[in-house]
Structure formats: C-alpha cells, structure tokens
Design a protein around this ligand. Structure first.
Ligand SMILES: *Cc1c(COP(=O)(O)O)cnc(C)c1O
Length: 359
C-alpha cells in the first residue's frame, strides 16, 4: 500500500485470498463462459457444491434434491445439512416441475438439480423447474459439470446458482482440483462472497492459473470429447453384450428432446447398461481394457472406465437397470482405437454370439 490511509480505504486488493490478478482473470473467464454477472472460485467441485448450499441455506430451510445427484453431494446433504437442521428430501429425476413444486412447503429454500444425472444420465427440464421455483420464491441450483458451462448455461435459463467441478473439463488434465459457482442473482452473489470470505475457501494462484489455461482450449477439447463419445456410444449400443447406452445425445434416449432443446453439444461421459452378467465378468471386462484406464475422474485427456453399481444410491426407488452399469469417460484418443479396445474387452462378457467369460 502506498500509505497508511490506503490500508483501510483502498479499492485495490489488500490481501491475497482469491484476489490475485490470476483469480480475477479466471473469474472474468468463467463469467463469460456461463453468461453470468458473478462467479466465485472454490478449491474443488465438491467445495463449490457444499459452499453454494452452505451460503444460501440456513437452519430450518428445506432443500429438495434430485435423486440422481452426485454421490458426495448426497452425503453432504444427508450428513452436514441435516445436522445443521436443514431438512433434505429427494425427488425422482423424471419428476416434472409441477410434481417437484408440489413437494415444496413455505420452508423450501432451494431445489438442487443435476442434468444429466450422475451415473444414469437422466435429463431434467431445468428451464421449467427454474421458472416454477422462481414463481414461488424458491432458489434453484444446478451441478453443471457435464456441460462445463459451454454446452448449457443454467443462469440463462433462470437458475440461481450454476455449479461446476472445474476439475473435470475446464482444467481437463486430471491434475487440478477447482470449482466455481456462477449466478445472476445479486443477493446470492453477496451470500457467496461472504461465505468464501468468512470460511477462507481460498484457491491457490497456481491452481487458478491452471483453470485459466484450461479455459483457452475448452471449446476444442470438448468438441472432440463429445464427437468421439458419440461415436463410441453409437458403436457400443449395437453390441450384443450391451442392453442400453445412457447418453442424452443419442436419438433414442428418453432425455434426448430436452438435450436437443437446451444443450449446444455433448460431453464425452456416458453410461452403458450391460446384459445381466456376474460381477466377476464385469470386472474381467474392465481388467481387459488396455487403452482405457480404470478411474473415477473424468473430463480429462485420457479415457477412463468404472463399474457403477457399488456406488449408486437412490432414495426414490431402484433405477430399473436391466444389468450391471458401466461408465466411460471418452478422452482425446482416436475413437476407433477406443472401439477396438472395447471390442476385445467385451469378449469377457456373456454374449449370445459366444464369449462366455472363460477366455
Ligand atoms: C467430480 C464431480 C464433482 C466434484 O468435483 P471435485 O473437484 O472432484 O470435488 C461434483 N459434481 C460432479 C457432477 C462431479 O462429477
């Protein structure tokens, strides 16, 4: 500071927390990405989710959460939020705006959405839900990590808080944890800023730099992830060991209409329901993959696969899957190489045309 008076009166940053030039540049980039007037940085995607919830929800405020929400978000809602005396109820991903709002009470503060849903990729009519919630004075939040701000802009559709794990597509290399919350609601913006200040949710300048660097190539990477993902998804849907591919950009998907109306493209993450097979055969399939790594992250340059059944939690009834569920993150490799890798690994699964897991 140039002089003592400036210590308390300057409009320049006076302390490093989230106020370096690199933080400001990343925030400006995210505002442009999400078409939002305000964005706040968090140390991970999960801290953006929990920060958004903590910033706007108080004791006694009820939260309605989509049943297909990201698992750790559910854990926070069922643990911390409930302990802080904020009741949480779940509704099915297929619920309409009217059905969701019929659950609301005068104490309902926030409706938390995720579209497509975690693991099972159901689409929700976010604009209709946001409009109906707004009419009742209820906030809406969307975990927008799949669309990464580029393929869908929740705040343009009336959503109060758009949350992203920048860890995934924005950073893009599976080596940085970073999150963001964007909003056009000035009251929410004030609450988010106060939450970050009061809790010290400070992002390291090096991580912010990685986020900024990722933004510069997000569009070309995401286009490639999306196109390769669809190519692999379409191929997989035709395989005898596969019952169904869960990908909203596939024309036969139940969420395809909403995806086509609201989204400008596809990401590279989707699910595949296999024909019934023992757990050992599913694990053998995964173990045979050469090009795909086995790992939980996604949005990065390298393709990854997991089986989902051990981690799926649903409150509103079973998800009616015909067999085991796998999830694929399609990276930046040649999609034909990925298809060849899947083709040889699928031999580990039972099939009407041979391949019984014994090889
Ligand atoms: C990974 C992920 C998060 C959390 O991001 P982290 O940076 O790993 O904490 C939140 N939401 C969704 C949908 C995710 O896939």
């Amino acid at each position: 500071m140039p002089d003592a008076a400036s210590l308390y009166a300057s409009d320049q940053p006076t302390y490093g927390m989230n106020s370096h030039a690199v933080h400001e540049a990343l925030v400006e980039g995210l505002k442009a990405l999400e078409h939002a007037g305000h964005a706040e940085l968090f140390t991970s995607g999960l801290s953006a989710v929990t920060g958004a919830l903590s910033a706007v929800v108080g004791a006694g405020d009820e939260v309605l959460v989509v049943d297909t929400v990201y698992g750790p978000t559910r854990r926070f809602c069922d643990g911390y939020l409930k302990r802080m005396a904020a009741p949480v109820r779940y509704f099915p991903a297929a619920a309409t705006a009217g059905e969701i709002l019929a659950l609301a009470t005068p104490r309902t503060r926030l409706i938390f959405l995720e579209s497509p849903g975690s693991q099972t990729f159901e689409m929700q009519d976010v604009p209709a839900i946001a409009a109906a919630a707004k009419a009742r004075g209820i906030l809406t939040a969307v975990d927008n990590t799949w669309a990464s701000g580029l393929l869908f802009r929740p705040v343009e559709h009336g959503v109060s808080l758009s949350i992203q794990a920048l860890t995934k597509y924005v950073c893009g290399h599976s080596d940085v944890f970073l999150g963001s919350v964007a909003t056009n609601d000035p009251d929410v913006a004030r609450q988010l800023t106060a939450f970050v200040r009061d809790t010290g949710a400070s992002v390291s300048p090096d991580d912010a730099f990685q986020g900024l660097r990722g933004l510069r190539t997000l569009e070309v990477r995401l286009k490639r992830h999306g196109e390769s993902g669809l190519e692999v998804a379409e191929w997989l849907a035709g395989q005898p060991q596969v019952a169904r591919v869960l990908h909203p950009a596939l024309p036969g998907d139940p969420g395809h209409g909403i995806w086509k109306r609201d989204f400008t493209g596809a990401a590279g993450l989707f699910g595949a329901v296999l024909k019934p097979a023992p757990r050992a055969a599913v694990e053998a399939f995964l173990n045979r993959l050469q090009l795909f790594g086995l790992g939980f992250s996604w949005g990065g340059y390298e393709s990854l696969a997991i089986h989902c059944d051990p981690q799926i939690r649903r409150s509103c009834g079973p998800s009616h899957l015909e067999g085991p569920l796998i999830r694929l993150n399609i990276g930046l490799e040649d999609p034909q190489d990925l298809i060849a890798d899947l083709r040889q690994a699928l031999d580990a699964l039972p099939s009407p045309f041979g391949g019984d897991g014994s090889r």
